[in-house]
Design a binder for this molecule. Structure first.
Ligand SMILES: Cc1cc2nc3c(=O)[nH]c(=O)nc-3n(C[C@H](O)[C@H](O)[C@H](O)COP(=O)(O)OP(=O)(O)OC[C@H]3O[C@@H](n4cnc5c(N)ncnc54)[C@H](O)[C@@H]3O)c2cc1C
Length: 395
């Protein structure tokens, strides 16, 4: 006879672990999380971990602001001794052409409760005196924003879910989602069947392939994002906040071990790959050089840095660079959460909470209808209220 559970979560990344945590926190008795490889083995373990709310669309700003409340109180919310969240602040840099859009975004952030504000070059140099700003015309700053170690955070959330009674099963893959008479009835796994009235597909780049056999198309495709790591010289100066540089279309953050972590800012420039299970996990030298040259320009002192390696991870790209967070049509009790297109780490605490509200209370406390699955076939792609010239996120 099949095992039974009250809810099954597929995927042990930051999203799946948060869903399991919120289910257990709300008192759902038997919650089973299935992770095929290891907790945080995919995007969540490789993420830049930049957290904040500076985006061109209202939905991302609202989710970013709400999620930040949890990141700031990580230890209390998840009951951990230490927090993986580093409130180092975030800075966004734009060229002249994007200054008006930046002011609009900052206003929108503030409208939804963010501490964001515009900074003058002099004010930014008080925080990071070693930064070169000759090509920068606009600076936004969000002091409460910051960075988190993705691997540590995801494992901490998984552990918090486990403490509340959720079963975290690592090394067990979901093979198929079972649906009968318009309702989800369970999941077939490597280790047998689990009957459950609630199933959450948080398998990120793998999510579409689990829904395809049900006749549900999710237009989310994997892309390979590359990052590079550089050891800072001894006289580098103060640790920088997380910097999103739209002049050069790349980002820089502080990383443990006196290292700067550098990645690309435009998800549309990342390389599409056919299969999220087999892609080169290293970084290509031409990409490393491009990241290095951008970093050198912004931080001339980094010309004396030491290259310490690079790697690639997978983005789950959707056609409008916004996630799909929805009930799956024709399968009552089945939810999908994927397609973040390279910026989904930060939202996980609030999205987990909202999905669980939706499943248990009938609707989430923040309207997610814009992120519905059928927006693609309806031609209702999400478009930013404010747009930046140098990033797909803002086009
Ligand atoms: C290089 C890089 C930098 C990034 N930088 C940032 C950033 O600075 N800020 C930000 O907010 N976001 C960033 N992102 C995006 C962010 O990391 C992701 O959106 C987020 O981690 C996705 O979390 P997830 O839980 O949805 O997916 P994942 O972490 O990918 O987890 C999905 C899990 O599902 C498992 N799985 C798949 N299929 C099955 C199955 N059939 N059965 C069981 N388990 C299965 C996988 O093994 C995997 O562990 C970055 C991503 C990358 C790759």
């Amino acid at each position: 006879m099949a095992e039974t559970a009250d809810a099954v979560v597929i995927g042990g990344g930051i999203h799946g672990t948060n869903i399991a945590f919120h289910l257990a926190r709300r008192g759902v008795k038997k919650v089973v999380l299935l992770e095929k490889t290891a907790i945080a083995s995919a995007a969540s373990g490789k993420t830049g971990g930049l957290i904040g709310s500076h985006f061109g669309t209202e939905i991302k700003v609202r989710l970013g602001v709400k999620a930040l409340e949890t990141w700031l109180n990580f230890s209390e919310v998840y009951g951990t001794k230490a927090s993986p969240y580093d409130r180092c602040g975030r800075v966004w840099l734009v060229p002249e052409a994007d200054v008006a859009a930046m002011r609009g975004i900052v206003e929108m952030q503030r409208e939804f409760g963010s501490s964001a504000r515009m900074l003058s070059p002099e004010e930014l140099r008080e925080i990071v005196p070693q930064i070169a700003l000759d090509d920068v015309a606009g600076i936004a700053y969000e002091p409460d924003a910051g960075v988190a170690d993705g691997f540590a955070a995801t494992n901490a959330v998984a552990e918090a879910a486990r403490r509340l009674g959720a079963e975290i099963r690592v090394g067990i893959a979901a093979r198929a989602i079972a649906v009968s008479s318009g309702r989800v009835v369970g999941v077939q796994t490597d280790a047998g069947e689990i009957s459950a009235p609630l199933v959450f597909n948080a398998a990120n780049a793998w999510a579409p392939q689990l829904l395809k056999p049900l006749g549900v198309q999710v237009p989310v495709e994997p892309a390979r994002a590359q990052i590079a790591l550089f050891r800072r010289p001894a006289d580098y100066g103060p640790r920088p906040p997380g910097i999103a540089d739209f002049v050069q279309a790349n980002y820089v953050r502080d990383h443990p071990g006196e290292i700067l972590f550098v990645g690309g800012m435009d998800p549309l420039q990342e390389q599409h790959v056919p299969d999220p299970d087999t892609y080169p996990e290293t970084a290509d030298w031409d990409v490393v050089q491009s990241h290095r040259d951008h970093m050198w320009r912004r931080f001339p002192v980094m010309r004396r840095s030491v290259f310490r390696g690079g790697y690639s991870g997978i983005y789950d790209m959707s056609p409008d660079l916004h996630p799909v967070i929805d009930r799956v049509p024709g399968a009552e009790g089945l939810f999908v959460n994927c397609g973040y297109s390279g910026d989904g780490f930060k939202y996980a605490p609030i999205v987990g909470q909202l999905l669980v509200e939706w499943a248990l209370d009938g609707r989430p406390s923040l309207d997610l209808s814009e992120l519905r699955l059928n927006r693609f076939e309806q031609g209702a792609l999400i478009s930013g209220r404010y747009k930046y010239s140098a990033s797909g996120w803002y086009r």
